[in-house]
Design a protein around this ligand. Structure first.
Ligand SMILES: [Zn+2]
Length: 335
């Protein structure tokens, strides 16, 4: 028995009814669909009626029909919004649709075939979505743009299964308090020492750039910059995502985190400023000068090989000898 009476279409009055549900087949526009229908059986006349369940049945049937005809479903549109961190109105505007078009689709209106196809392509292709985002960035707020672009870049990195991105995610999983500045420096040292140990030699092949705040991997910056100086929200990022690294690689990264993860972003920045590859790639530039020069991987390899000889580093745990010493030097410089 229901708490509230529902309107029975046969009695034409509010009645108590018994709730029931049943999988039914229905033909809409010549297409057969199957769904779980929910309804009441009237206590007074014994007929089946829908009352407050009417909307549920209509939208469920409609969603099934969209699935069957290949028209984008409400669930898939919601997926797009989540995937690219974008609201209903901004999504409409970015795709060049009317401001309320997506809202209407979410309310159950059927998209045109063209718009449906567009939404489907965007759902599975972050690079395509980025093009729309760039083309229409002026139509949405800069906050909405930055957030959505960051999430889109993350999706691109996921799609390409970038090693650098997987290493970043692993660091974020281990070090929950990491901000974008520290993450970049941890990646730099990860790349550096990996060139010395044969087991992890190909861990990071991407090149960093010599920005004034130290080495920066541009693609990682673009994916995370909207967090600003805040710590990166790991749970939002790594939920339902596998991190694609071998056990050996994880063991190595653990040692890097152990050696460097404890220090603040500004200490880490100071440390990187004292390394040859960074100094060499900024030759002739003022400390404050903008630069996107590529830090040569060859010079990184050379420097970290030299470091390993100097500090007698022969296994992952030995890396701490170097970080301890660099910390002392960085602290002295900052004081
Ligand atoms: Zn009735």
């Amino acid at each position: 028995m229901n708490k509230e009476k529902q309107f029975c279409d046969y009695c034409l009055d509010y009645r108590n009814g018994k709730y029931e549900e049943k999988i039914i087949k229905e033909i809409i526009d010549g297409i057969e669909i199957e769904y779980l229908e929910k309804y009441y059986i009237c206590d007074t006349c014994g007929n089946k009626f829908y009352g407050d369940l009417y909307d549920y049945n209509v939208s469920t049937a409609n969603e099934k029909l969209r699935e069957k005809t290949g028209i984008i479903t409400v669930k898939e549109i919601e997926k797009i919004m989540k995937k690219y961190s974008i609201g209903k109105k901004p999504l409409s505007l970015v795709l060049g649709l009317g401001e309320v078009t997506i809202i209407r689709y979410l309310d159950g209106q059927n998209p045109t075939k063209d718009n449906s196809d567009l939404l489907k392509r965007v759902l599975y292709n972050p690079f395509l979505f980025e093009m729309f985002l760039l083309a229409n960035k002026d139509k949405i707020s800069s906050v909405a743009y930055k957030k959505s672009m960051g999430k889109t870049k993350q999706e691109e990195l996921t799609d390409s299964n970038s090693k650098l991105y997987n290493v970043s995610l692993y660091i974020l999983q281990k070090e929950k308090e990491v901000d974008t500045l520290s993450l970049q420096k941890l990646l730099y040292f990860c790349s550096g020492f990996s060139k010395v140990f044969p087991n992890v030699k190909d861990l990071i092949l991407d090149c960093s750039e010599s920005w004034k705040y130290g080495p920066v991997y541009r693609e990682i910056y673009e994916a995370f910059s909207y967090y600003g100086y805040d710590k990166i929200d790991f749970d939002e990022l790594v939920k339902d995502r596998d991190i694609n690294l071998s056990l050996e690689e994880k063991k190595y990264i653990d040692a890097i985190i152990e050696a460097f993860g404890f220090y603040s972003g500004s200490i880490l920045r100071e440390m990187t400023h004292m390394t040859d590859p960074w100094i060499e790639s900024r030759k002739g530039l003022d400390d404050d000068a903008f630069s996107n020069r590529i830090i040569d991987n060859g010079s990184i390899e050379k420097y970290f090989k030299k470091v390993c000889e100097e500090y007698k580093i022969s296994n992952y745990d030995d890396i701490k000898k170097y970080s301890d010493d660099m910390f002392k030097k960085a602290k002295a410089k900052l004081m």
